[in-house]
Design a protein around this ligand. Structure first.
Ligand SMILES: C[S@@+](CC[C@H](N)C(=O)[O-])C[C@H]1O[C@@H](n2cnc3c(N)ncnc32)[C@H](O)[C@@H]1O
Length: 240
């Protein structure tokens, strides 16, 4: 059977529930670009998965809608409960259409490690633009496109340190990792850094923040060879 996000949803939810240093770090990086107090704010979490970001936004007081095309992910998200003091509801939907979300209805769109999974970035950004009220923002993380390019691997050099080997940065499109323990066995859409930035400009988003975070101590303990590289790129972009 070919894996998809739906077929690996049980595994993914189990991984995050057990505590994943990388996913906890990703959540922290994304939340750093949001206000501490989201009381009264409406948040759409695009590609919510099992709800790790949605619950955290609700914990800051937001009213959150989480959407994901994987019905099994949405089942896990509902099962994990809502993050008080705000609220969370979930729906099966596609980030490229956001057909369950009304125009001009949210103050923030969050997208943690999900825009790198949508098949059509232009359609997703057009949909995000449609649902955001004017001058509100999209906050997203993606695996760093420069270092997490298709089939990037590691090599050991003489001093014992591992170096990242990136061979296919220019090869945009769908690729699937052959690592049976990795999330990207479900597939991933590689796009160059310039593709993301140019698309944001095209859809009228102005950059407010860009970060390439230093891996947390927990990430380095779990994966020492990642110490010298930012695993994610994080962006906050305002709908002009
Ligand atoms: C790496 S998981 C991230 C989930 C969650 N945001 C998190 O931080 O754990 C990627 C998610 O993107 C979702 N996804 C795949 N295609 C999508 C699409 N077209 N629109 C929205 N989400 C999509 C997958 O179902 C999966 O839940």
């Amino acid at each position: 059977m070919t894996d998809s996000w739906d077929t690996i949803a049980d595994w993914y939810a189990g991984l995050l529930r057990a505590g994943s240093a990388m996913h906890d770090f990703n959540r922290a990086v994304l939340l750093d670009l949001l206000p501490e107090d989201l009381d009264g704010h409406r948040v759409l979490d695009l590609g919510c998965g099992e709800g790790i970001i949605a619950r955290s936004a609700a914990a800051r007081g937001a009213s959150v809608v989480g959407i994901d095309p994987s019905p099994r992910m949405i089942e896990h998200a509902w099962a994990a409960g809502t993050g008080q003091p705000g609220t969370v509801v979930y729906a099966v939907d596609d980030g490229c259409t956001l057909s369950t979300v009304a125009a001009d209805s949210v103050d923030w769109v969050t997208a943690g490690l999900s825009l790198n999974n949508v098949p059509d970035l232009d359609a997703a950004l057009a949909s995000v633009r449609r649902v955001l009220v004017a001058r509100s923002s999209l906050v997203f993380t993606i695996p760093h496109p420069c270092f997490e390019a298709p089939f990037a691997t590691w090599t050991q050099v003489a001093d014992g340190a591992a170096h990242r080997v990136v061979g296919d940065y220019l090869a945009e499109g769908f690729w699937r990792s052959d690592n049976p323990e990795g999330a990207r066995r479900a597939g991933n859409r590689h796009r160059m850094l310039s593709t993301y930035l140019a698309a944001l400009v095209r859809y009228g988003f102005a950059l407010e923040a860009v970060t390439e975070p230093v891996p947390s101590a927990q990430v380095v303990v779990a994966q020492p060879r990642r110490a010298g590289l930012p695993p994610f790129l994080a962006i906050r972009a305002r709908r002009a």
